[in-house]
Write a protein that binds this ligand. Structure first.
Ligand code: NAP
Length: 366
């Protein structure tokens, strides 16, 4: 029989066996861990709630942030002396900024910001109206930007800080029926990947968390939990063109309605790994959670690589001497042996060739 794991209780044996790889220097089991202060946006949702409970169970302090316009609170929100329950709308920068003020008032500082706030609309790209498109971007992309921009000055000044940004496998591959949601997650991935280069000098770190299909599995969750079974998705009725039984656009809907509580990945186990991520010394850029995430992203990367290999011979250099050619005759002869197929070589302006540009300029690398 399942037993309830209340906030403050130790994590289950099963979840504690999970350990991030030693290369990232995760907290050691049974060794004391430095107590940290977390802000978890989306802390009332399916994955965020498990993360809130996990961090509390390890003795950390948590500000758990739900959505401001929800007036009904899930019955079992963690009521814990180390937990501050707050509300905001991540689409509104000021309401996000207020969260950080409240946390500083209460805890004096914060170490880790996790953003689990997000949602998606299931429906064909053509069927989703402008409001649905914009709202997904406002929540998933602008929300992430607000969460980061309102705290980054603080992290920079402290020269320490960590972001755990929930993306998705949909940030790495296009899923039919989830086009706009995928677009928001791709945008988040680009933002974080670029930002990491900028903030590394300030000792600010970030990880994109990419869960696969995650079931809610807090003990005794079913029946008592008011959250919808597939959490962050709203299903839009399909228009006639996309409503046939085998329409690819219905793939996402078929998947979530069939899966229901059969999602292969455990939210509780994910939370344990994400908690370790908040405490490890060398966090990765991406943390893929669950076999579905790993298999689907690996397949996608394999497709991209294979396509690249199939098409790489196609390029259209302008022959030297013809109008538009930017490579001098001599240079062309020099490089013919090793780079004659490289369109980048021919596209370089004359003053950007390897002899004239500094050695550390990326344009000079072959
Ligand atoms: N579960 C999965 O299988 C899965 C897979 C891949 C990626 N993800 C990603 O993981 C994250 C969490 O997913 P989940 O399954 O936990 O979703 P969820 O159960 O629907 O929870 C979403 C959370 O976001 C909050 N939220 C939504 N809109 C908001 C807004 N405008 N302002 C502030 N908060 C807002 C919700 O607040 P309320 O509770 O007040 O509505 C809730 O706390 C999402 O980014 C999702 O895309 C999840």
């Amino acid at each position: 029989m399942e037993t309830r794991q209340a906030a403050g209780e130790l994590p289950t044996e099963q979840s504690r066996k999970l350990q991030l790889p030693a290369s990232c220097d995760p907290p050691q089991q049974d060794a004391p861990t430095k107590q940290q202060i977390w802000i978890i946006f989306g802390g009332t949702g399916h994955m965020g709630r498990s993360l809130v409970k996990c961090a509390l169970s390890h003795g950390d302090f948590v500000a758990s942030v739900g959505r401001s316009f929800e007036i009904t609170q899930p019955a079992d929100l963690p009521q814990h002396e180390n937990c501050l329950n707050l509300r905001c709308d991540v689409r509104v920068r000021e309401s996000v900024a207020r969260i950080y003020e409240r946390v500083l008032q209460r805890f004096g500082h914060y170490d880790v910001v996790a953003n689990c706030a997000g949602y998606g609309v299931i429906g064909a790209c053509e069927d989703q109206d402008e409001h649905e498109l914009r709202d997904q971007f406002e929540t998933n992309f602008m929300g992430t930007l607000h969460v980061i921009q309102c705290s980054l000055p603080y992290f920079r000044q402290r020269e320490a800080g960590r972001y755990l940004i929930f993306s998705s496998t949909s940030g790495a591959l296009g899923v039919p029926g989830l086009g706009p949601y995928c677009a928001t997650k791709y945008a988040v991935e680009g933002l974080i990947e670029a930002m990491l280069y900028e903030v590394d000098a300030f000792n600010v770190k970030a990880t994109l968390v990419e869960p696969g299909l995650v079931r809610r599995d807090e003990p005794l969750d079913y029946g008592t939990n008011p959250l919808p079974m597939w959490g962050h998705f709203l299903i839009k009725p399909a228009s006639e063109a996309y409503s046939h039984e085998t329409s690819p656009a219905l793939h996402a809907k078929r998947m979530v309605t069939w899966l229901r509580d059969r999602q292969p990945t455990s939210a509780v186990k994910c939370a344990e790994l994400v908690w370790q991520l908040g405490h490890c010394s060398y966090p990765p850029l991406r943390l893929l959670l669950g076999s579905y995430a790993i298999e689907s992203i690996r397949d996608r990367l394999r497709c991209v690589t294979e396509e690249l290999e199939d098409w790489k011979h196609l390029n259209f250099p302008i022959p030297p001497g013809e109008e538009g050619s930017t490579v001098g005759q001599n240079k062309q002869q020099e490089t013919a042996g090793n780079a004659k197929d490289d369109v980048m070589e021919d596209d370089r302006p004359d003053d950007m060739d390897a002899d004239q540009v500094g050695e550390d300029n990326v344009m000079t690398t072959s």
